[in-house]
Design a binder for this molecule. Structure first.
Ligand code: FAS
Ligand code: PHB
Length: 396
């Protein structure tokens, strides 16, 4: 049994865990990151794609934004498409000049891993956390993280603080489950997401509400499209041929006057369930939850990864004060502050999700969606609110 000591033990090497380690290292705080998957796996996992203004600025400010600025796509607007018409929301103009960067989550993960290794951070892949011990401050003993490597070696990391950054199905949330209040909502649909070698059909994202279902056109580069279709809950990716995916996207995105969707080989596909989940509080003694370990938002608002980064931006400041100055002020405020932000992101994600996903056999609901969309595209005030939320909700 390996016995290791550090100041902050971090469970999970997704955006939350890696960004937290990066921010702590810059402040001279020691940490160890434990990730059950391989480095290759986490660097190839296709997930989010939109960086809010503040997320991109944090990457810049902490020395990991160079490739994002070189390869990322700066966006100043999105298109809402419904009733066969297209309506542009001029995000940057309406949001005090702030813009978005479209840059895949896996690219952010690669950049953070490279920065961590260059800075000598201790990031251990293929290492599963099997349990957390002594996370209650009252017990007096140091918190410990118990782990097992893929070679079967077991170990324990003694630390002052544990950061639970292990996502929606991790051990951290389970460790708090006896005391956590978990509030959850399942949506009656899912997303089929695909990555295709096909040039994006437009320079900006298209959010489309069709009576056939929701569709989203995003991208990763001028050659790579990222596309989503609303599908029934429990849908299996094998249920769709490439031709059926392209055909359904074209049918949903059709507009008067014609429009064409460039097609190409689909190289990745996955189903994402649509859920709203909140875990309250986000702190349990010396265990602090961050990112999807604490909250899951439906991806319609493009908030998941941005929320994770915002959590650890606050958590890093709190832990620097706590560990290096024995000042618990910010640590004591962490959960309240993070939950307030997460609920706002939850509400905006619900607004976007409930507006854009038609439900079968719900004529009133569907007419309400059209009324909300019609009101939105006709009101600069409503568009200004949407722009503020879409461009920088987690940064405020
Ligand atoms: P993550 O889930 O990214 O990272 C947690 C890490 O902890 C994982 O690497 C996991 O392997 C590790 N882990 C778990 N248990 C462990 C254990 N016991 N020991 C060690 N390690 C452990 N958001 C968007 O904004 N747009 C999208 O389109 C979008 N698509 C998504 C698609 C999918 C399939 C999923 C699951 C999520 C998607 N999200 C999307 C949300 C996603 O981007 C998350 O918000 C983001 O990954 C959150 O980052 P983390 O909190 O770091 O959690
Ligand atoms: C993506 O590019 O993956 C993406 C963009 C916007 C969303 C969700 C996902 O709302």
């Amino acid at each position: 049994m390996q016995e290791i000591r550090t100041q902050v033990g971090i469970v999970g090497a997704g955006p939350a865990g890696l960004m937290l380690a990066h921010l702590l290292t810059r402040e001279g705080i020691e940490s160890v990151v434990l990730e059950r998957r391989s480095r290759d796996y986490v660097e190839q996992r296709v997930r989010a794609g939109v960086l809010e203004h503040s997320t991109a600025e944090l990457l810049d400010a902490t020395g990991v934004g160079e490739r994002m600025r070189r390869e990322g796509l700066v966006h100043h607007g999105i298109e809402m498409r419904f009733g066969g018409e297209r309506h542009r929301i001029a995000l940057t103009e309406l949001a005090d000049g702030r813009s978005l960067v479209v840059y895949g989550q896996q690219e952010v993960v690669k950049d953070l891993i490279a920065a961590g290794i260059a800075a000598g951070s201790d990031i251990r892949f293929d290492t599963e956390v099997t349990g957390l011990e002594n996370i209650d401050a009252s017990c007096g003993s140091s918190p410990a993280i118990v782990f097992r490597t893929s070679e079967g070696e077991e170990g324990r990391i003694w630390c002052e603080v544990v950061a639970g950054c292990d996502g929606a199905h991790g051990v951290s949330r389970a460790s708090a489950s006896g005391r956590a209040r978990v509030l959850a909502r399942e949506y009656p649909f899912a997303w089929l997401g695909v990555l295709a070698h096909a040039p994006p059909s437009s320079e900006e994202l298209i959010y489309c509400r069709s009576d056939r279902g929701f569709a989203l056109c995003s991208m990763r580069s001028p050659e790579l499209s990222r596309l989503y279709l609303q599908v029934p809950p429990g849908e299996r990716v094998e249920s769709w041929t490439d031709a059926e995916i392209w055909g359904e996207l074209a049918a949903r995105l059709a507009i008067e006057g014609g429009w064409s969707l460039p097609e190409g080989p689909i190289i990745e596909r996955a189903i994402t369930t649509m859920r709203s989940v909140m875990v309250e509080p986000m702190r349990y003694g010396s265990l602090f939850l961050a990112g999807d370990a604490a909250h899951v938002v439906p991806p319609t608002g493009a908030k998941g990864m941005n929320l994770a980064v915002a959590d650890v931006r606050d958590l890093a400041r709190a832990l620097v004060e706590k560990v290096s100055k024995a000042d618990d002020g910010l640590a004591d405020e962490y959960s309240t502050r993070a939950l307030r932000r997460a609920w706002r992101a939850q509400e905006f994600s619900y607004f976007m999700t409930s507006m854009l996903h038609p439900l079968p056999d719900d004529p009133v609901g569907n007419r309400l969606q059209m009324a909300r969309l019609d009101h939105l595209v006709g009101s600069e005030d409503l568009q200004r609110w949407l722009a503020a939320c879409y461009v920088d909700l987690t940064g405020r």
